[in-house]
Design a protein around this ligand. Structure first.
Ligand SMILES: O=C(CO)[C@@H](O)[C@H](O)COP(=O)(O)O
Ligand SMILES: [Co+2]
Length: 215
């Protein structure tokens, strides 16, 4: 029932394929953080990387997290590149309803992400279209930040608004301690970046995260 989505943002990009191959049988999804240097103050990677990874890793579930301005212009290309789940930021577009509808018409899962300061009640008008909500538990833009504890209340509020149907994903600062706190607040999918890819023992770290979830 709980899913681990491994973020490659802090992986070694010079040997990205090997890094993913090392963990692929232990993770549920691969989390792909797309940053444009405009919506967030960082530039990561985009369509060519996702398209190439899709050819190499045909059976992995790709959870694409768009941290870009104007997702209404680009969402379809990220579907074509191989995203199974497409999450964009509510703050980045006035056309969230339309984008969600279109992603679902394409037969993919659709989600909205919220920055820490964004009110969770803004989800109300679109909640019936959501497969997933991504609650940022750090300010978006960089891996390796500390989990923002006040977001636990926000996860609880999201669960109250959305009921049990919608998957609640948390992203930022997740480790074997914070994963338990986020689960207790109502999260069901956990993005983990540096805790896995900066570890000397990536597989061991994933097992520790799973053990923590099982407690
Ligand atoms: O979307 C983002 C950052 O904006 C995340 O997906 C991070 O990449 C997660 O990394 P860690 O906080 O786990 O290092
Ligand atoms: Co992310």
């Amino acid at each position: 029932m709980y899913k681990l989505s491994a973020s490659i943002l802090n992986a070694n990009f010079a040997r990205l394929g090997d890094e993913i191959r090392e963990v692929e049988d232990l993770i549920d999804e691969l989390h792909l953080d797309v940053m444009d240097g405009h919506y967030v103050d960082n530039i990561s990677f985009g369509l060519p990387v996702i398209g190439t990874l899709r050819k190499e890793f045909s059976s992995l579930v790709f959870d694409t997290h768009l941290m870009i301005s104007h997702p209404e212009r680009y969402w379809e290309e990220f579907i074509e590149a191989g995203s199974d789940i497409l999450v964009f930021h509510l703050e980045a577009t006035p056309k969230a309803f339309l984008i969600l509808q279109r992603i679902k018409e394409k037969g993919r899962l659709a989600g909205i992400s919220l920055n820490p300061a964004t009110d969770v009640r803004l989800l109300e008008p679109v909640k019936d279209l959501l497969d997933r909500v991504l609650i940022m538990t750090v300010e978006p833009g960089f891996g390796g930040q500390r989990f923002l504890t006040p977001m636990l209340r926000k996860i609880e509020q999201a669960r109250e608004i959305l009921g049990d149907r919608v998957d609640i994903e948390v992203d930022g600062g997740i480790n074997p301690t914070t994963i338990v706190e986020a689960r207790s607040a109502g999260a069901t999918t956990f993005v983990v970046g540096s805790s896995i890819f900066q570890s000397e023992d990536k597989r061991g770290e994933i097992l520790r995260l799973r053990e923590a979830l099982a407690t």
